[in-house]
Ligand binder design. Structure first.
Ligand SMILES: [Zn+2]
Length: 414
C-alpha cells in the first residue's frame, strides 16, 4: 500500500514530536536539522503540536549574532498515555506523562493455565483502572492505551490472530478490551513495541539498522531498517523465533521442529538445564519465572551447572543471532525482554563469544551487541508510544486548518 499524504503528514508530525520529547527544549532550527525536514514544514508541524496542547513555548535562546530562537518543549501535563505489556506469565501496565515518564505502574501475575482471553482481559482492565487511580489523572486526559500481545496481530481489526504460547487463535482482543476500557485502544506485538522503545530512548537511537532480540517465553527479532520500524507486508516481520535452528529438533508450539525459540525461550532454557542436570534444584517445573530467577542467582555464585546452562543457551542464541547479523548487517543488536534482563551480563558475554564463532567477519565488525539500556519495561514504553502515534493520527483529522500548507510541503495531494 502506498502511503497517503495524510500518512506522510502524520509521520512527519510524529517525527518532530519524537525529537522534541528526546531533546526538550529545542528550537525549530534544531528540529529541521535533526529531522531533515524544511524549516517551513517544521514550523507548521510545531504550530499543530502547540494547537493540540502537546508542547509549549518555553522562551528563547541566543543564536550567535542572529535573532533569538524560540524554544519549545513537550508539555508533560498535556495528556497521559498507557502502555500494556501482555506476556505469557504476567500483565504489566504503566501510565506515562507526555514526556514518557512513568507516573504509575501495576503488575498482574498470570498463574500457569490462566491464559483464557477473558481472564487476561480482566487483568488488563484491572491494571488500567489501577494506574489511572494511582496517578490521579482525569479519564479525559488519557490519550490512549497501547496494548502489546505476543504473536501475530492484525492492528486494524484489533485481532490477536495467533499467539502460540497463549494458545490464542483469532481472539478479538480490542473488542473484548473495549467492553471494559473507555479510552482509545491500539494493538500491536512486543517485537514492534521493543523496537520503537529502542528507536526513541534506547540503543537504536540515531542508528539506521538495528535488531532487537526479544527473549521471553517466546522469542523474536524486532527490526529497524533505514531508521524506521520494519513491519513486513502483513505486520509479521521478525518471527525469527520460529526459524529452524536444529533440523528435526525440539517440538515447538507453532507445530514445527527445532525452532530457535525452543532452545532460547524461557521453556527452552529450562530444557537446556534439564538435559544438563535432570534433577537440578534450580528447576521449578511449570514455573519459568522461578527457574530463570534461580538460574540467574546461581550464575552469580558461579554454580557450574548454571554457568554451563547459560553457555549452552548462548551457543544456540549465538548461532541464531549470527544469522541475523549476516542477513541484515545491523549497527546494533539489542538483547531485550525479561529473560535477557534477568540473565544480564553473563549471558551477554557468552553470546558475544558465540556470535564471534559464527558470523562473517565484515558484518560482525560493524555490529555492537548490547543489553537494552532502557531501565523500565521496554514493551509497555513502546506500547505507550503506539498510543501516542494513534492519538496524533486521529488528531490530524480534527485540525484541517493547517493541513493544506503541510500537505503541499510534504507530498502531492492524493
Ligand atoms: Zn516454532
Amino acid at each position: 500500500m502506498k502511503p497517503t499524504s495524510r500518512d506522510i503528514r502524520t509521520a512527519n508530525r510524529y517525527e518532530v514530536l519524537r525529537q522534541i520529547i528526546a531533546e526538550s527544549p529545542t528550537s525549530r532550527q534544531e528540529l529541521a536539522v535533526a529531522t531533515g525536514l524544511s524549516l517551513a514544514t517544521v514550523a507548521t508541524l510545531v504550530g499543530e503540536l502547540l494547537d493540540l496542547g502537546l508542547i509549549t513555548e518555553v522562551g528563547f535562546e541566543d543564536s550567535a549574532g542572529g535573532r533569538p530562537r524560540g524554544l519549545v518543549a513537550v508539555d508533560p501535563s498535556g495528556g497521559a498515555l498507557i502502555g500494556v505489556d501482555i506476556a505469557e506469565t504476567y500483565v504489566h501496565v504503566e501510565l506515562f506523562d507526555l514526556a514518557l515518564n512513568v507516573l504509575a505502574r501495576a503488575d498482574e501475575d498470570l498463574r500457569p493455565g490462566e491464559s483464557l482471553p477473558e481472564q487476561v482481559v480482566g487483568h488488563v482492565a484491572a491494571g488500567v483502572g489501577s494506574v489511572v487511580a494511582q496517578a490521579g489523572v482525569e479519564a479525559a486526559r488519557v490519550l490512549g492505551v497501547g496494548v502489546s500481545v505476543p504473536g501475530q496481530v492484525d492492528r486494524d481489526s484489533g485481532v490477536a490472530e495467533y499467539a502460540p504460547n497463549l494458545d490464542w487463535h483469532d481472539v478479538p482482543l480490542l473488542d473484548l478490551l473495549a467492553g471494559h476500557i473507555a479510552h482509545p485502544l491500539y494493538l500491536d506485538n512486543p517485537l514492534r513495541a521493543c523496537v520503537v522503545a529502542e528507536l526513541w530512548f534506547g540503543a537504536a537511537r540515531g542508528r539506521g539498522d538495528a535488531v532487537v532480540v526479544n527473549l521471553g517465553t517466546g522469542v523474536g527479532a524486532g527490526l529497524a531498517l533505514g531508521g524506521g520500524l520494519h513491519r513486513g507486508v502483513s505486520n509479521s516481520a521478525g518471527e525469527w523465533g520460529h526459524t529452524t535452528l536444529v533440523l528435526d529438533g525440539r517440538l515447538c508450539h507453532c507445530g514445527g521442529h527445532g525452532c530457535v525459540e525452543t532452545y532460547v525461550g524461557a521453556p527452552g532454557i529450562m530444557q537446556n538445564l534439564r538435559e544438563l542436570s535432570p534433577g537440578s534444584p534450580l528447576l521449578h517445573p511449570g514455573d519459568q519465572t522461578a527457574t530463570i530467577d534461580a538460574l540467574a542467582r546461581a550464575v552469580a555464585e558461579d554454580d557450574p551447572v548454571a554457568v554451563k546452562t547459560v553457555r549452552e543457551t548462548a551457543r544456540y542464541l549465538g548461532a541464531g543471532i549470527s544469522d541475523l547479523i549476516n542477513l541484515l548487517n545491523p549497527e546494533v543488536v539489542v538483547l531485550s525482554s525479561w529473560v535477557a534482563a534477568r540473565l544480564g551480563e553473563p549471558l551477554l558475554a557468552e553470546v558475544r563469544r558465540a556470535v564471534a564463532r559464527h558470523a562473517l567477519r565484515r558484518p560482525l565488525a560493524a555490529t555492537e551487541i548490547v543489553l537494552t539500556p532502557i531501565p523500565t519495561d521496554p514493551v509497555s514504553l513502546g506500547a505507550a508510544t503506539f498510543a501516542l502515534e494513534g492519538a496524533l493520527r486521529s488528531a490530524g483529522r480534527r485540525t484541517p486548518r493547517r493541513s493544506a500548507t503541510a500537505r503541499s510541503r510534504t507530498a502531492p495531494p492524493s
